[in-house]
Ligand binder design. Sequence first.
Ligand SMILES: [Zn+2]
Length: 288
Amino acid sequence: TEVDGRWVGLGSCDMKGFFALVIDAVLPLLDQPFKQPLLILATCDEESSMSGARALAEAGRPLGRAAVIGEPTGLKPIRLHKGVMMERIEILGRSGHSSDPSLGHSALEAMHDAIGELRGLRLAWQREYRNAQFSVPQPTMNFGCIHGGDNPNRICGQCSLEFDLRPLPGMDPEVLRAAIRQKLEPLAERHKVKIDYAPLFPEVPPFEQPEDAELVRVAERLTGHRAEAVAFGTEAPYLQRLGCETLVLGPGDIACAHQPGEYLEMSRLAPTVRLLRELIEHYCLKPA
Ligand SMILES: [Zn+2]
Protein backbone atom coordinates (compact mmCIF):
# COMPACT_ATOMS: atom_id res chain seq x y z
CA THR A 1 0.00 0.00 0.00
CA GLU A 2 0.93 3.62 -0.49
CA VAL A 3 0.95 5.70 2.71
CA ASP A 4 2.30 9.22 3.18
CA GLY A 5 4.71 9.08 0.26
CA ARG A 6 5.92 5.59 1.07
CA TRP A 7 5.44 2.15 -0.40
CA VAL A 8 4.62 0.08 2.68
CA GLY A 9 4.90 -3.71 2.68
CA LEU A 10 7.21 -6.57 3.55
CA GLY A 11 9.98 -6.66 0.93
CA SER A 12 9.30 -3.16 -0.38
CA CYS A 13 12.75 -2.03 0.73
CA ASP A 14 14.51 -5.38 1.31
CA MET A 15 14.47 -6.21 -1.50
CA LYS A 16 11.63 -7.12 -3.83
CA GLY A 17 10.87 -3.46 -4.52
CA PHE A 18 14.13 -3.37 -6.46
CA PHE A 19 12.71 -5.65 -9.16
CA ALA A 20 9.84 -3.28 -9.90
CA LEU A 21 12.35 -0.46 -10.30
CA VAL A 22 14.71 -2.48 -12.52
CA ILE A 23 11.83 -3.42 -14.80
CA ASP A 24 10.65 0.19 -14.90
CA ALA A 25 14.19 1.28 -15.78
CA VAL A 26 14.53 -1.26 -18.61
CA LEU A 27 11.12 -0.90 -20.31
CA PRO A 28 11.75 2.35 -22.24
CA LEU A 29 15.18 1.08 -23.36
CA LEU A 30 13.92 -2.10 -25.00
CA ASP A 31 13.57 -0.60 -28.47
CA GLN A 32 17.29 0.24 -28.49
CA PRO A 33 19.94 -2.24 -29.64
CA PHE A 34 21.70 -3.78 -26.63
CA LYS A 35 25.39 -4.30 -27.39
CA GLN A 36 25.82 -6.33 -24.21
CA PRO A 37 23.13 -8.44 -22.56
CA LEU A 38 21.30 -7.39 -19.41
CA LEU A 39 20.40 -10.06 -16.92
CA ILE A 40 17.81 -9.57 -14.20
CA LEU A 41 18.60 -12.19 -11.61
CA ALA A 42 16.23 -13.37 -8.89
CA THR A 43 17.60 -15.80 -6.31
CA CYS A 44 15.70 -17.94 -3.85
CA ASP A 45 16.17 -17.88 -0.08
CA GLU A 46 18.28 -14.74 -0.09
CA GLU A 47 17.32 -13.92 3.50
CA SER A 48 18.59 -17.10 5.11
CA SER A 49 20.49 -19.91 3.41
CA MET A 50 21.30 -17.98 0.19
CA SER A 51 20.92 -21.37 -1.48
CA GLY A 52 20.01 -19.78 -4.83
CA ALA A 53 23.19 -17.72 -5.03
CA ARG A 54 25.26 -20.61 -3.69
CA ALA A 55 23.89 -22.97 -6.35
CA LEU A 56 24.67 -20.39 -9.00
CA ALA A 57 28.24 -19.99 -7.74
CA GLU A 58 28.69 -23.76 -7.66
CA ALA A 59 27.36 -24.08 -11.22
CA GLY A 60 30.19 -21.71 -12.11
CA ARG A 61 28.65 -20.25 -15.25
CA PRO A 62 29.85 -16.70 -15.85
CA LEU A 63 27.06 -14.16 -15.46
CA GLY A 64 28.54 -10.99 -16.85
CA ARG A 65 30.98 -8.17 -16.21
CA ALA A 66 29.19 -6.31 -13.47
CA ALA A 67 26.48 -7.03 -10.93
CA VAL A 68 24.44 -4.64 -8.78
CA ILE A 69 22.60 -6.09 -5.80
CA GLY A 70 19.63 -3.99 -4.74
CA GLU A 71 19.95 -4.47 -0.98
CA PRO A 72 18.88 -1.42 1.02
CA THR A 73 21.85 0.96 1.09
CA GLY A 74 20.07 4.31 0.82
CA LEU A 75 21.35 4.64 -2.78
CA LYS A 76 24.98 4.67 -1.63
CA PRO A 77 27.38 2.22 -3.25
CA ILE A 78 28.72 -0.47 -0.92
CA ARG A 79 31.86 -2.40 -1.80
CA LEU A 80 32.69 -4.14 1.48
CA HIS A 81 30.95 -6.16 4.12
CA LYS A 82 32.04 -8.56 6.81
CA GLY A 83 31.34 -12.26 6.62
CA VAL A 84 28.84 -14.03 8.85
CA MET A 85 29.68 -17.34 10.49
CA MET A 86 27.45 -19.01 13.07
CA GLU A 87 29.06 -21.99 14.72
CA ARG A 88 28.37 -24.58 17.36
CA ILE A 89 30.61 -26.50 19.73
CA GLU A 90 29.17 -29.54 21.43
CA ILE A 91 31.12 -31.26 24.20
CA LEU A 92 30.23 -34.70 25.38
CA GLY A 93 31.82 -35.79 28.66
CA ARG A 94 30.60 -38.29 31.20
CA SER A 95 28.31 -37.55 34.11
CA GLY A 96 28.92 -38.97 37.57
CA HIS A 97 28.49 -38.22 41.26
CA SER A 98 29.85 -34.78 42.11
CA SER A 99 31.51 -36.06 45.28
CA ASP A 100 34.18 -37.89 43.29
CA PRO A 101 35.62 -36.14 40.21
CA SER A 102 37.16 -39.41 39.02
CA LEU A 103 33.67 -40.73 38.26
CA GLY A 104 33.18 -38.52 35.22
CA HIS A 105 34.57 -36.06 32.68
CA SER A 106 33.14 -32.58 32.96
CA ALA A 107 31.92 -31.17 29.68
CA LEU A 108 31.40 -27.83 31.41
CA GLU A 109 35.02 -27.52 32.50
CA ALA A 110 36.17 -28.48 29.02
CA MET A 111 33.86 -25.80 27.61
CA HIS A 112 35.33 -23.27 30.00
CA ASP A 113 38.75 -23.97 28.50
CA ALA A 114 37.30 -23.99 24.97
CA ILE A 115 35.88 -20.50 25.53
CA GLY A 116 39.29 -19.43 26.84
CA GLU A 117 40.88 -20.66 23.61
CA LEU A 118 38.24 -18.89 21.50
CA ARG A 119 38.83 -15.65 23.38
CA GLY A 120 42.56 -16.05 22.76
CA LEU A 121 41.93 -16.49 19.03
CA ARG A 122 39.59 -13.51 19.03
CA LEU A 123 42.26 -11.33 20.61
CA ALA A 124 44.88 -12.54 18.13
CA TRP A 125 42.58 -11.94 15.15
CA GLN A 126 41.60 -8.52 16.41
CA ARG A 127 45.27 -7.60 16.71
CA GLU A 128 46.07 -8.94 13.27
CA TYR A 129 43.06 -7.65 11.30
CA ARG A 130 41.65 -4.16 11.24
CA ASN A 131 39.77 -2.22 8.60
CA ALA A 132 38.92 1.37 9.46
CA GLN A 133 36.18 1.48 6.82
CA PHE A 134 33.89 -0.49 9.14
CA SER A 135 32.22 1.19 12.09
CA VAL A 136 33.40 -1.83 14.10
CA PRO A 137 36.87 -2.09 12.54
CA GLN A 138 37.88 -5.49 13.95
CA PRO A 139 36.52 -8.96 13.39
CA THR A 140 34.07 -9.88 16.17
CA MET A 141 33.21 -13.08 17.99
CA ASN A 142 30.09 -13.25 20.14
CA PHE A 143 29.27 -16.12 22.50
CA GLY A 144 25.52 -16.04 22.07
CA CYS A 145 24.20 -19.05 23.94
CA ILE A 146 25.42 -21.85 26.12
CA HIS A 147 23.64 -24.87 27.55
CA GLY A 148 25.04 -27.58 29.76
CA GLY A 149 24.52 -29.73 32.79
CA ASP A 150 21.42 -30.12 34.92
CA ASN A 151 22.34 -30.42 38.57
CA PRO A 152 25.02 -29.12 40.95
CA ASN A 153 25.63 -32.60 42.34
CA ARG A 154 26.19 -34.21 38.95
CA ILE A 155 29.36 -33.93 36.90
CA CYS A 156 28.29 -32.12 33.74
CA GLY A 157 28.04 -34.66 30.92
CA GLN A 158 27.09 -32.39 28.05
CA CYS A 159 27.63 -28.76 27.15
CA SER A 160 27.04 -26.80 23.96
CA LEU A 161 27.99 -23.33 22.85
CA GLU A 162 26.82 -21.30 19.87
CA PHE A 163 28.80 -18.31 18.71
CA ASP A 164 28.84 -15.80 15.90
CA LEU A 165 32.02 -14.78 14.11
CA ARG A 166 32.18 -11.80 11.73
CA PRO A 167 35.39 -11.94 9.71
CA LEU A 168 36.76 -8.97 7.78
CA PRO A 169 37.52 -9.12 4.06
CA GLY A 170 40.80 -11.01 3.70
CA MET A 171 39.92 -13.56 6.40
CA ASP A 172 39.06 -16.99 5.01
CA PRO A 173 36.31 -18.76 6.98
CA GLU A 174 37.91 -22.16 6.37
CA VAL A 175 41.25 -20.97 7.73
CA LEU A 176 39.50 -19.60 10.82
CA ARG A 177 37.72 -22.91 11.35
CA ALA A 178 40.97 -24.83 11.02
CA ALA A 179 42.55 -22.59 13.68
CA ILE A 180 39.61 -23.21 16.02
CA ARG A 181 39.74 -26.95 15.42
CA GLN A 182 43.45 -26.97 16.18
CA LYS A 183 42.80 -25.34 19.56
CA LEU A 184 39.98 -27.74 20.44
CA GLU A 185 41.78 -31.00 19.69
CA PRO A 186 44.21 -30.95 22.65
CA LEU A 187 41.35 -29.94 24.95
CA ALA A 188 39.40 -33.05 24.04
CA GLU A 189 42.42 -35.13 24.97
CA ARG A 190 43.17 -33.30 28.19
CA HIS A 191 39.59 -33.44 29.46
CA LYS A 192 38.81 -36.89 28.03
CA VAL A 193 35.71 -35.56 26.29
CA LYS A 194 34.39 -35.63 22.73
CA ILE A 195 34.25 -32.25 21.02
CA ASP A 196 32.13 -31.68 17.91
CA TYR A 197 32.60 -28.41 16.13
CA ALA A 198 30.57 -27.42 13.08
CA PRO A 199 28.90 -24.44 11.45
CA LEU A 200 25.18 -24.03 12.16
CA PHE A 201 24.78 -23.16 8.48
CA PRO A 202 27.15 -22.35 5.61
CA GLU A 203 28.88 -19.01 6.13
CA VAL A 204 28.40 -15.80 4.22
CA PRO A 205 31.96 -14.99 3.15
CA PRO A 206 33.31 -11.47 3.67
CA PHE A 207 33.10 -9.27 0.58
CA GLU A 208 35.36 -6.63 -0.90
CA GLN A 209 35.25 -5.14 -4.36
CA PRO A 210 38.50 -3.21 -4.95
CA GLU A 211 37.98 0.55 -5.04
CA ASP A 212 39.59 0.91 -8.47
CA ALA A 213 37.06 -1.42 -10.14
CA GLU A 214 35.18 0.11 -13.07
CA LEU A 215 31.80 -0.57 -11.43
CA VAL A 216 32.87 1.17 -8.22
CA ARG A 217 34.11 4.21 -10.08
CA VAL A 218 31.02 4.42 -12.30
CA ALA A 219 28.64 4.04 -9.34
CA GLU A 220 30.55 6.65 -7.31
CA ARG A 221 30.33 9.10 -10.18
CA LEU A 222 26.62 8.47 -10.80
CA THR A 223 25.58 8.61 -7.13
CA GLY A 224 28.02 11.26 -5.94
CA HIS A 225 28.97 9.03 -2.98
CA ARG A 226 32.19 7.22 -2.13
CA ALA A 227 31.71 3.46 -1.91
CA GLU A 228 31.51 2.37 1.72
CA ALA A 229 31.22 -0.65 3.98
CA VAL A 230 28.12 -2.07 5.68
CA ALA A 231 27.62 -4.39 8.62
CA PHE A 232 25.18 -6.84 7.00
CA GLY A 233 25.98 -9.79 4.73
CA THR A 234 24.79 -10.14 1.13
CA GLU A 235 25.06 -12.49 -1.83
CA ALA A 236 27.82 -10.31 -3.29
CA PRO A 237 30.68 -12.78 -2.67
CA TYR A 238 28.85 -15.45 -4.71
CA LEU A 239 28.31 -13.20 -7.72
CA GLN A 240 31.89 -12.02 -7.44
CA ARG A 241 33.01 -15.64 -7.56
CA LEU A 242 31.32 -15.86 -10.98
CA GLY A 243 33.59 -13.16 -12.29
CA CYS A 244 31.34 -10.12 -11.86
CA GLU A 245 32.57 -6.86 -10.47
CA THR A 246 29.95 -6.57 -7.75
CA LEU A 247 28.42 -3.71 -5.83
CA VAL A 248 25.59 -3.47 -3.34
CA LEU A 249 23.40 -0.51 -4.17
CA GLY A 250 19.69 -0.18 -3.59
CA PRO A 251 17.06 2.41 -2.72
CA GLY A 252 15.80 1.23 0.68
CA ASP A 253 17.10 1.85 4.19
CA ILE A 254 18.30 -1.19 6.15
CA ALA A 255 16.99 0.34 9.40
CA CYS A 256 13.36 -0.30 8.37
CA ALA A 257 13.93 -3.79 6.91
CA HIS A 258 12.75 -7.04 8.56
CA GLN A 259 9.95 -5.44 10.58
CA PRO A 260 6.26 -4.58 10.43
CA GLY A 261 5.65 -1.43 8.43
CA GLU A 262 8.71 -1.90 6.18
CA TYR A 263 8.63 0.83 3.54
CA LEU A 264 10.40 2.41 0.62
CA GLU A 265 10.38 6.21 0.38
CA MET A 266 8.72 7.12 -2.93
CA SER A 267 11.18 9.99 -3.27
CA ARG A 268 13.78 7.27 -3.93
CA LEU A 269 11.91 5.80 -6.90
CA ALA A 270 12.84 8.29 -9.62
CA PRO A 271 16.54 8.59 -8.60
CA THR A 272 16.83 4.78 -8.53
CA VAL A 273 15.28 4.35 -11.97
CA ARG A 274 17.52 7.10 -13.33
CA LEU A 275 20.63 5.52 -11.80
CA LEU A 276 19.76 2.06 -13.13
CA ARG A 277 19.16 3.46 -16.61
CA GLU A 278 22.55 5.17 -16.53
CA LEU A 279 24.21 1.94 -15.47
CA ILE A 280 22.41 0.00 -18.23
CA GLU A 281 23.47 2.62 -20.76
CA HIS A 282 27.06 2.41 -19.58
CA TYR A 283 27.28 -1.38 -19.62
CA CYS A 284 24.78 -2.51 -22.25
CA LEU A 285 23.92 0.24 -24.70
CA LYS A 286 27.26 1.97 -25.20
CA PRO A 287 29.91 -0.17 -23.57
CA ALA A 288 33.48 1.05 -23.93
ZN1 LIG B 1 17.01 -8.76 4.47
